[in-house]
Design a protein around this ligand. Structure first.
Ligand code: FAD
Ligand code: NAP
Length: 537
């Protein structure tokens, strides 16, 4: 599709990506009276919720908290049906938002941004789109997503395999059925844990290829009842404020005690309460030290392993499904809607790839070091080149022709996760080194979008043409993010948070762990001090 003609007029901003971030950024810039356009590679809006349409895909933050807060009218009129909404419902919501705020007329779908070059004389970005050609604008805003570039398995031979191949992160809109088929699923992170129980209901045989097991906590998903919806809607403003000042964008009482200073019975009672709440944070957040002390962490990990043993009939299978190679919480936990119970079904088999690694795809299926598994369909739930993948995929050149990919060769370097020294008038929404994926992302996205809009408005008021992070502020921020991460157990795990899932990617702890409330205060302080740490010209 060609880039919309309107987009060719003198633009103030080009926004890349039409997910939650890009949609809201467009709305905010329009409110400032700016001319902005959105370029989106997908055939529809919604980002994550467009691409990940695999069976079982579901949000794992409660719906009424994983929704925009910027419009009280939108909050009141939209009716969520479940505690954890399924992918079609989230996508419907985003489509409603796009229509309600008349966003579609400034969005070009089916066009990929391949390159961007900053022209120092004109103080404008020239952005190359494919298809679509070149566009120019004063500001370039990358709302390209933290989890938008899928990672395929490194295993050779996929092109030789003759059966059906599905990628959870590029599922498509057609309904793929698995009735009567021999299906293999590779990957047991959040996507695998969600898709496996649903495919198990259809397949004649399901083989799950697991390299690293996940810790899963029961979702306890259920329909929302009218009274709780009404109560939430009545108190939405206070709730939103609590989200913004919380640690992870999900209000909760901070723990007061160490897991090691209470009796085993008290500890288990606290973990049990967290388990029953059916969310991502309560169990791990039961004590102050679960994410900082190996000994404390092991008490929570063992609590969940005992639950796996109780859920899975075969003790050998329960053992194989029990994570032991990383501290609980340092790889993203999953919410379980029938995952462990699926392994009690006689037609479901687990292949432990640590014992028998994958060797190759064959024309008939996959071969491990033990044997060949013949399969009619393979589902790849093998994750993403997270946080930096979508930015690195664009050939971005800043001041003096500096190449962003070179500047980030040893890991991302930026200021506040928002701006990069040497790349004026470029912003990243929930970029690496911001709380991003370690939060309810709706909260982090809104905060970034609003900060960027505020910055652009302040520049206009002061008559500034460019803004650019200083090298010094950037160095300090990179050091600070690493220091905060290093206090915790997170960097010790081979996770996508550290880039360890992508061969050759530098190992850097990518999200900022200071908490969304603290981070927001830091960003607001920078703005209040006249954009301290930035050079304005
Ligand atoms: P995205 O939704 O990823 O949108 C980015 C868009 O940019 C994409 O559509 C992509 O096609 C486009 N794009 C990228 N590069 C280019 C380019 N060069 N040219 C043109 N277009 C480009 N977070 C939570 O907080 N809670 C959850 O429950 C949750 N569930 C998730 C479930 C799944 C399956 C996945 C994968 C992620 C989940 N996340 C969740 C994280 C989720 O990514 C964010 O919550 C949020 O949707 C991100 O929105 P975004 O607009 O920043 O990015
Ligand atoms: P992921 O967590 O990175 O999981 C990928 C899985 O594939 C892992 O089990 C990984 O094993 C395995 N894998 C990767 N390459 C492999 C290979 N070559 N051979 C064998 N196994 C391989 O990715 P994801 O499940 O898509 O989730 C990514 C993130 O998206 C989540 O953490 C979450 O933030 C978000 N998400 C959220 C939800 C939700 O519930 N709302 C749903 C889906 C995704 P190793 O661990 O050994 O690398």
């Amino acid at each position: 599709m060609a880039v919309r003609e309107a987009a060719r007029e003198a633009l103030d901003a080009i926004i890349v990506g039409a997910g939650i971030a890009g949609l809201y950024q467009l709305h905010r810039l329009r409110e400032l009276g700016l001319r902005a356009t959105v370029i989106e590679a997908a055939g529809g809006i919604g980002g994550t919720w467009y691409w990940n349409s695999y069976p079982g895909a579901r949000c794992d933050i409660p719906s009424m908290s994983y929704s925009y807060s910027f419009s009280p009218e939108l909050e009141q009129e939209w009716e969520w049906t479940e505690k954890y909404p399924a992918q079609p419902e989230v996508l419907r919501y985003l489509e409603h938002v796009a229509e309600r705020f008349d966003l579609l007329r400034d969005i070009t779908l089916g066009s990929r941004v391949t390159a961007a070059r900053f022209d120092e004389t004109a103080a404008r970005w020239t952005v190359t789109t494919d298809p679509g050609g070149d566009l120019t604008a004063r500001f370039l805003i990358l709302a390209t997503g933290c989890l938008s570039v899928p990672k395929l398995p490194e295993t050779p031979g996929l092109d030789r395999y003759r059966g059906r191949v599905h990628l959870t992160a590029r599922w498509g809109t057609g309904k793929a059925g698995f009735d009567g088929l021999r299906v293999g699923v590779i990957g047991t992170g959040s996507s695998g844990v969600q898709v496996i129980p649903v495919i198990a209901e259809q397949a004649a045989e399901l083989t799950v290829f697991q390299r690293t097991p996940s810790f899963c906590i029961p979702a306890g998903n259920r329909p929302l009842d009218a009274a709780e919806v009404a109560a939430m809607k009545a108190g939405y403003r206070q709730w939103r404020e609590a989200q913004r000042t919380s640690g992870f964008g999900i209000p909760s009482d901070p723990p007061a005690r160490s897991a090691l200073e209470v009796s085993a019975a008290e500890r288990d009672a606290a973990y049990q309460a967290g388990w029953e709440r059916g969310d991502l944070t309560s169990l791990i957040g039961s004590f102050t030290d679960v994410l900082v002390s190996r000994e404390a962490n092991e008490t929570a990990a063992e609590f969940v392993r005992a639950k796996i043993r109780a859920a899975v009939g075969d003790p050998g299978l329960a053992n194989a499904l029990s994570p032991r190679t990383y501290p609980i919480g340092t790889k993203r936990p999953c919410l379980d809607s029938g995952y462990y119970a699926t392994f009690n079904k006689s037609h479901v088999r687990l292949v432990d790839l640590r014992a028998t690694p994958l060797q190759e795809f064959t024309p008939a299926g996959v071969r491990t070091t033990q044997r060949e598994h013949e399969l009619d369909a393979i589902v790849l739930a093998t994750g993403f080149d997270a946080l930096t993948g979508a930015i690195a995929a664009i050939d971005i050149r800043g001041r003096d022709g500096a190449v962003l990919a070179d500047a980030w060769r040893d890991g991302p370097r930026n200021y506040l996760g928002l701006a990069v020294a040497g790349f004026p008038n470029l912003f990243t929404v929930t970029g690496p080194l911001s709380p991003s994926v370690l939060s309810n992302m709706m909260v982090s996205i809104e905060q970034h979008v609003e900060w960027i809009a505020g910055c652009i408005a302040a520049m206009a008021a002061a008559g500034h043409r460019t803004i650019e992070a200083t090298g010094r502020a950037q160095d300090n921020w990179v050091r600070h993010v690493a220091m905060v991460g290093a206090v915790t157990l997170f960097p010790s795990a081979d996770s996508w948070y550290t880039g360890a899932n992508v061969p050759g990617k530098p190992r850097v702890f990518l999200p900022y762990l200071g908490g969304v409330g603290e981070y927001r205060r830091a960003c607001d302080r920078v703005a209040a001090r006249g954009y301290q740490g930035f050079a304005l010209a």
